[in-house]
Structures are given as structure tokens and as C-alpha cells.
Design a protein around this ligand. Structure first.
Ligand code: AMP
Ligand code: FE
Ligand code: FE
Ligand code: ZN
Length: 280
């Protein structure tokens, strides 16, 4: 069983439509694929239909924007009811805020002479439900200002940049509860991906575990072997499951689908936890 539990489509900052991501999962000989677009479930129907046709098990998911004590972090949520009102309203607020916040970043860049405009970024986002910095990066690439998304983040879009504007984000403890109340489970995405900015300490992971977090995404392209080892130990200490995923973004980032994977036992336990949450 080859299982990848974290992938993005053009519904957020991936470069391929959901059905193309699923076709890629099939080509990568995956048995299970989760679609986890940022703050949106809009890709679920197309991905689910494509997965059914391809004989792949589809896991409906999302990656929720959270912040704790000024540090941004991402929680993966799986198998929740997308129509549950409290969670759906929070996701809608997050997506709406992304528009204003991304536009503010563009305004700061343009004011400083960088060749980027809001219409160009919106065109690059191409109707994505969740707009974000990667779309600004793509517009900067189009304008010839940077070579690729990586360079755009390293030079202009990282969280310490003068052009950076923070986005609305959920308290992660509340996010764990919202997802559980919607019948789903949460996994802490890339908890030690320090190249993306500051990360939270193990004390925060412990608090999330106490609140009902189900797992830690230990195997991730942005983690060093030492990060992976540390997270596996922490998961053991806290009674959390361990997952592995590619965090695929199409042409937008390096990792291929299936480059990191989740063990079948962990996947089965995660699915059982979601089934228990759905029965509450
Ligand atoms: P945003 O959602 O607007 O805050 O942008 C965050 C997204 O940008 C992440 O989900 C990644 O896809 C991407 N990203 C974050 N850091 C980097 C980086 N250092 N290099 C390339 N892409 C990044
Ligand atoms: Fe992303
Ligand atoms: Fe993430
Ligand atoms: Zn992601």
C-alpha cells in the first residue's frame, strides 16, 4: 500500500486541477491519496470522481491556516463534514482574508518598484478558491523578477520580509475541536519545517495532543533526518500517530507525489479515529 496524505491542487496553490493530481497519483502507483488544499474543500468532488475511476482510495482533506503566539502553523484535517456550519464559516473567513492580505503584499511590492500587479496575481491564481503567496511568486516569475517560487520566497515573500503581511489564522486548539465536531481528525503538518519560518515548541504539540490531535506529519520534504527522528520520538511519547506525505504542489515545488508516504497501520488507525469522531 502506497499512501500519500498531503497534496495540493489549483484550488489552492498547486499548479494542477484536482483530477490531474489524481492522475499523477495513479502514475506514481499510489493506492491512497489525500487532497489537502489550503482552507478549501472545493476540489473534493472532482478528485473523488477521478479517484473512483482510477481505483484509488480518496481521502478528503484540507490544510488549515493556524497561528499560535505569533507563529503560523498548518493543521491537516481529514474526513470532516464540509457542510458543518462552524467549520465551513471559518474556512470561508480564512479564504476571504487571503484576498485582502495577498493584495496588501502585492501593494507593498509594487510600491517598492517590483513588477507585480493585483490583476496579474489574480490571473495567475486562475480562479483558485484560496489565493496566497505562491500566486504572487508566479506573477513575479512571469515578470522576470525571479527565476522560480523558491527564489521569490527566499528574497521577497518569506515571513521576515518587509513585504510580508500576516494572514488571518485559527487558534490551533480551536481548529482541532472544530474538525472533531465536524466528524474529522487532525494531523500537525510539517511541524519542524523551519525553512518556512518559526516553528512551535514541543509544549504546543503536547497541548494539541491533549486537545485531541491525532498525529504528526514526521516524514516531509522540508524535514531533516534529525527532525523526522525527533518527531517520531515525540509522537511515541504523546501517543500520536505518525504520517508521511509529499506536500505535492505540482510544478510549484520539488517533491513528487509519493516521495514521502504513510505506513498502512498508521493510515488504518487514522481512519478509525475519524470514524469514531463521526459517531460522536
Ligand atoms: P500563504 O498560504 O500565502 O501563506 O503561502 C504559504 C505557501 O507558500 C505554503 O503552503 C507553501 O506552498 C509555499 N511556501 C512557503 N514557504 C515557501 C518557501 N520557502 N519556498 C517555496 N514555497 C514556499
Ligand atoms: Fe502550499
Ligand atoms: Fe503547509
Ligand atoms: Zn501543504
Amino acid at each position: 500500500m502506497r499512501i500519500d496524505l498531503h497534496a495540493h491542487s489549483s484550488v489552492s496553490d498547486g499548479t494542477e486541477p484536482p483530477e490531474v493530481v489524481v492522475a499523477g497519483a495513479r502514475a506514481a502507483r499510489l493506492d491512497v491519496l489525500a487532497l489537502t488544499d489550503h482552507d478549501s474543500t472545493a476540489g473534493w468532488p472532482a478528485a473523488e470522481a477521478a479517484a473512483a475511476a482510477a481505483g484509488i482510495t480518496f481521502v478528503p482533506g484540507a490544510e488549515l491556516s493556524c497561528r499560535h503566539a505569533g507563529v503560523s502553523l498548518h493543521l491537516l484535517a481529514y474526513w470532516f463534514d464540509p457542510a458543518e456550519p462552524a467549520l465551513a464559516a471559518e474556512l470561508a473567513r480564512l479564504r476571504a482574508d487571503r484576498l485582502g492580505r495577498t493584495r496588501a503584499i502585492v501593494d507593498r511590492l509594487a510600491a517598492d518598484g517590483w513588477p507585480v500587479t493585483w490583476p496579474a496575481v489574480l490571473a495567475r491564481a486562475g480562479g483558485a478558491a484560496s489565493v496566497g503567496r505562491p500566486h504572487v511568486a508566479d506573477a513575479l516569475v512571469d515578470a522576470g523578477a525571479v527565476a522560480d517560487r523558491d527564489e521569490a520566497f527566499a528574497r521577497l515573500l518569506h515571513s521576515g520580509s518587509p513585504y510580508y503581511v500576516a494572514q488571518r489564522a485559527l487558534d490551533p486548539l480551536r481548529a482541532v475541536e472544530l474538525v472533531r465536531d465536524a466528524g474529522g481528525v487532525t494531523v500537525f503538518a510539517h511541524p519542524r519545517a523551519a525553512r518556512r519560518g518559526r516553528v512551535v515548541g514541543d509544549d504546543v504539540v503536547a497541548a494539541l495532543a491533549a486537545a485531541g490531535l491525532a498525529g504528526l506529519e514526521a516524514d516531509h520534504p522540508d524535514h531533516t533526518p534529525a527532525d523526522v527522528a525527533h518527531l517520531r520520538g515525540l509522537a511515541g511519547d504523546l501517543g500520536l500517530l505518525v504520517t508521511g506525505s509529499s506536500d505535492y504542489h505540482g510544478a510549484g515545488q520539488r517533491a513528487a507525489l509519493g516521495a514521502r508516504r504513510t505506513e498502512p497501520e498508521a493510515f488504518a488507525a487514522l481512519r478509525a479515529a475519524a470514524a469514531a469522531a463521526a459517531r460522536r
